[in-house]
Design a protein around this ligand. Sequence first.
Ligand SMILES: CC(C)(COP(=O)(O)OP(=O)(O)OC[C@H]1O[C@@H](n2cnc3c(N)ncnc32)[C@H](O)[C@@H]1OP(=O)(O)O)[C@@H](O)C(=O)NCCC(=O)NCCS
Length: 357
Amino acid sequence: MDAEIAELPLPASLEAEGGAAFAEMVAMTNAVTASVLGRSDLAGEPAAELAEARDPYSSVRIALARLDGRIVGRCLAVVPLEEGSRTAEVEVDVLPEARGQGIGSALLAWGAEVAGSAGRQVLQCWPFHRAVVPGEEVLVPPTAAGAVPAADAGARYLSRHGWRLGQVYRVSRIELSEARAATVSTGRAAREAASDYDLLTWTGATPPEHLDDLALLHARMPIDAPQSDLAVDEQEWNADRVLSHDERNSRGGILVVTAAARHRTSGRLVAFSTAYLGTDRSRPADQGDTLVLKEHRGHRLGVLVKAGLHEEIERVSPETPAVVTYNAEENRRMLAVNEAIGFRAVGSVGVWEKRTP
Ligand SMILES: CC(C)(COP(=O)(O)OP(=O)(O)OC[C@H]1O[C@@H](n2cnc3c(N)ncnc32)[C@H](O)[C@@H]1OP(=O)(O)O)[C@@H](O)C(=O)NCCC(=O)NCCS
């Protein structure tokens, strides 16, 4: 292997030392994603990715692989700083033209070392996978929902390195203008069914009166969403962490759009859905969390907040063409909400895990 592998200290900004390398790295990972999925609309923006990497609740380290000075691969190692956390995220990407020389394996070993030295026994990653070709051999997770091609470069590589597929996520996209009529009518029906709830929407920072409710909704997200048999770290959220999340997004040029359902009797927010809009508004918005607290399920609140969210996105950013979302294949209820509104599958993500003794 002729590649040089070196850590890139996280730059303070894209203009600071290391900022240009960070931006080149994001362009490289975007090229890898486009090569897997055959579409480039899921590309990330450097400013947003840097803001995400500078999350004070995680330690994020990056190694770059260079061939003749050009970045051809990278490993992103994310260690949550949460008390009691057992997991670490290790993501590796190598440009198609630089594969098959051991660069990916060397980057993975670097990430495993970072996770191991932080005392983490569970490594996880979420790579995109190409679509299954009918008749080909597939890997199926323990949930028996979804599958990835056994011959996909990422699937082969992770299996060979002792990782196992725990879950498959469906990536879906909705065209906002095409789906508008359906959004309006399903949203109206949900508002009639959810007569004990009010729909609230806002754009940008969380209004101060909702910080505590949002903290509770965020904290419930990793617990209430289906996680197969994968290790899940609980997250502690409070008003400060919600403020920090809002501040990080604003620093990354990301506009956060939120829809929430307020229970009239208690006055509390009991369901929410968020979307992230980058500075390039010709790109689709990224769907963030959607959650209905367990005790309030069965009142069409999922449809209520999602339809409300799409209407709010169209209002504040009419040029945003679409929304892209990620859902566990076994999460039938969430997928049913999305299909009813008009989402269509465009790819898949595997959730992989490796436990070290
Ligand atoms: C998965 C990925 C990172 C692998 O990168 P890579 O640099 O090709 O990785 P390696 O070179 O270490 O291993 C790839 C193959 O080359 C082989 N290889 C490694 N060194 C070699 C060498 N010196 N000579 C010949 N073959 C070699 C490996 O045995 C492996 O074989 P396989 O195809 O049967 O798995 C790359 O395909 C990729 O970026 N995919 C998309 C993103 C992704 O899925 N990431 C993984 C999860 S985070």
